[in-house]
Design a protein around this ligand. Structure first.
Ligand code: GDP
Length: 195
């Protein structure tokens, strides 16, 4: 799956704009600045594919990338823009709900959690949405290079505790650092097992 090229397909702003459901897909969700763009770039080995920036204008789009001929990687809007206007927030929340409950080919969501901060209330909200949408999700800790070994177990325990409340959660947590390349091949293998 990851031998092939990766390319940006399109930014989707409405369900009618989704590309044909002709292959499986996985999506990535996380708070703004969690390291989502960096992770997608590391995963695909394509620098600058997902823009590693926080342009608020792009937060309402669901961004589609191909990974070879058989897989889409889907970058969901970053959440946690406290200062975005309410109608904007409501519009993308509606799109997000429609997407999560309506996309037949979606095999798993990866919820990115900053390894320094653990699960925050907004992350918990997304996990609830995934529960109600019946989309299996798996936690990916990002930026693990920024966490000292002695703090790691405490954060992991917090994340495990949060996951235990969510029926749609897949129990195994993937630890990654896009900076160091840690956990990237593990994440690729997990995605490769999904059909
Ligand atoms: P996004 O808003 O979730 O797409 O986050 P970005 O990928 O743009 O990353 C936000 C910031 O965190 C940037 O300054 C990145 O360089 C930094 N960052 C992302 N991943 C890592 C990582 O694995 N380790 C470290 N140390 N920094 C990272």
């Amino acid at each position: 799956l990851f031998a092939g090229q990766s390319e940006f397909v399109k930014g989707v702003v409405a369900m009618s704009g989704l590309p044909p459901a002709d292959r499986i897909e996985v999506c990535f969700a996380g708070r703004s600045n969690v390291g989502k763009s960096s992770l997608i770039n590391a995963l695909t080995g394509t620098k600058g594919l997902a823009r590693a920036s926080n342009t608020p204008g792009r937060t309402q789009e669901i961004n589609y990338f191909t990974q070879g001929p058989d897989l889409y990687l889907v970058d969901l809007p970053g959440y946690g823009y406290a200062n975005a206007p309410l109608p904007v927030v409501e519009k993308w929340q509606r799109l997000l709900k429609q997407y999560l409950s309506g996309r037949q080919t979606l095999r798993r969501a990866f919820v990115l959690i900053d390894a320094r901060h653990g699960v925050k209330p907004v992350d918990d909200e997304i996990m609830k949405l995934l529960d109600t949408s019946a989309v299996t999700f798996q936690c990916v800790l990002t930026k693990t290079d920024k966490v000292k070994a002695k703090d790691r177990e405490r954060i992991l325990a917090q994340v495990r505790g949060a996951l235990s409340k969510h029926p749609a959660a897949f129990p195994e947590i993937i630890l990654t650092s896009s900076e160091k390349g840690d956990g990237i091949s593990t994440l690729r293998s997990v995605i490769a097992t999904l059909e």
